[in-house]
Design a protein around this ligand. Structure first.
Ligand code: PLP
Length: 416
């Protein structure tokens, strides 16, 4: 799979049958969906797998339906493992990326004075979780500086901090929610492995968009949602836990009867696999839908997806850059398919609503979503447009035209 991917990348070809992929995506008929970084459009087989399971639950009962569909449920682990190069036993289902992340964090026995080393571009909820840990346990949060070339965290400076501060945890977001920046997670991982530091990667915006290989990254934990570039259902995500971490006895703070055996009145024993990080109760239709979405992404091919998706975003960025009053905010050499910009003379909500009327789906980010990045860029709000492989070049052009039209109309109004 991976050799095949790199062959496609090397030839620069796109092998996607867009007509078939769009026919498989009913939402393409209704909207120009440029909010895949929020939630991707469901493909038909994913929708169908979930509806069939709900029907089965209604007909024979929820527990009984889960038994009948045990193979599809267990395929969630096999498919996710195939997607990220792990073993199925290293995968836990989660309700969201944040749920996966906090379960991972809760397994680290922080002591007062422990250091979390992170970046200025880590996701808002992760930063809030670190602050909460600081409030409760007296840990210290250290943000590695960014590289002056705009490529995200300065890896050498971060490695130096690893050596001098010996953090209890190194935490890095691959692609933040508020820009197309792609951080060098594998380079950071090599330092973590050399120094034997626990390494947690937030790959929420990169799974389904780029090839992800946990061995290459060298992470101990990796978190993601299934609903964004994997095009799975809402309310789903996963946590990868490296086997070495499981063997070292890391377990979530609140472990339930599924994650552990109650071995005696005073004792319990965590299960051997990453199921230790799961709860008994599961949204089975959503688990089956996630498995279907991951299988779908694997069939389309992560290689071609990772070629086409950022290329569509690059086309959009090029066009937006040429529009007076639009400031494109993404930095880094090869930004991902999260295109962010602000617009002179517009308030955020009316601007987004104006795009809504053209049936263009987008998302807003505000200053408090990215206290470091947006302060550096002096951003009060930004609009995020995030295409995916099933979008077309014509849609990119239509969206750029709509933005140009809106900014021009505001300039005209100002002159009147
Ligand atoms: C980089 C990043 N990490 C984590 C999350 C949180 O994901 P979830 O909403 O599934 O908890 C998001 C959501 O936008 C994100 O962009």
């Amino acid at each position: 799979m991976r050799e095949h991917d790199s062959a496609i990348a090397a030839s620069g070809e796109t092998l996607l049958d867009l007509t078939a992929l769009r026919a498989d995506t009913p939402g393409c008929e209704s909207v120009i969906h440029f909010n895949n970084a929020g939630c991707g459009l469901l493909a038909r087989p994913v929708h169908q797998a979930m509806v069939e399971h709900l029907d089965l639950e209604a007909r024979i009962g929820g527990y009984e339906a889960a038994d009948v569909r045990a193979a599809e449920v267990s395929d969630f682990y096999a498919a996710t493992a195939e997607l990220i190069g792990s073993q199925p036993g290293e995968i836990a289902f989660a309700a969201s990326a944040t749920d996966a992340y906090t379960r991972a964090l809760s397994s680290i026995p922080f002591q007062p004075g422990d250091v979390i080393l992170t970046t200025r571009n880590d996701f808002i909820s992760n930063q809030i979780a670190f602050l909460s840990l600081r409030k409760r346990f007296g840990i210290e949060i250290v943000h590695a500086p960014d590289h002056h070339d705009g490529s995200g965290v300065d890896v050498d400076a971060m490695a130096q901090l690893m050596r001098t501060r010996r953090p209890r945890l190194v935490a890095v977001t691959h692609i933040p929610t508020n820009s197309g920046l792609v951080q060098p997670i594998a380079e950071i991982g090599r330092h973590c492995r050399d120094l034997d530091l626990v390494y947690l990667v937030d790959a929420c915006q990169s799974v389904g968009q780029y090839p992800i290989d946990v061995d290459e990254i060298g992470c101990d934990f990796l978190t993601a949602t299934c609903r964004k570039f994997l095009r799975g259902p809402r309310g789903t995500g996963f946590l990868y836990v490296a086997d070495r971490i499981l063997r070292d006895g890391f377990e979530p703070l609140f472990i339930d009867m599924y994650g552990a055996r109650w071995t005696g009145p005073d004792t319990y024993r965590p299960v051997d696999t990453a199921a230790r990080f799961e709860d008994w109760e599961f949204p089975y239709a959503a688990v089956i839908g996630s498995a279907a979405a991951i299988r779908y992404a694997l069939r389309v091919g992560i290689g071609p997806i990772s070629q086409r998706t950022p290329a569509l975003a690059a086309r959009l960025r090029d066009k937006l850059t040429q529009i007076p009053g639009v400031r494109v905010l993404d930095r880094g050499p090869n930004p991902a398919a999260l295109v962010t910009f602000d617009v002179a003379g517009w308030e955020p909500v009316p601007f987004k609503q104006a795009l809504d009327t053209h049936r263009i789906n987008s998302a807003l980010s505000y200053r408090h979503f990215a206290q470091y990045d947006f302060a550096d860029k002096d951003v009060a709000w930004a609009l995020r447009l995030s295409p995916h492989y099933y979008n077309t070049e014509d849609e990119v052009d239509a969206v750029a035209d709509a933005v140009a039209h809106l900014t021009a109309s505001r300039r005209t109004n100002e002159r009147q």
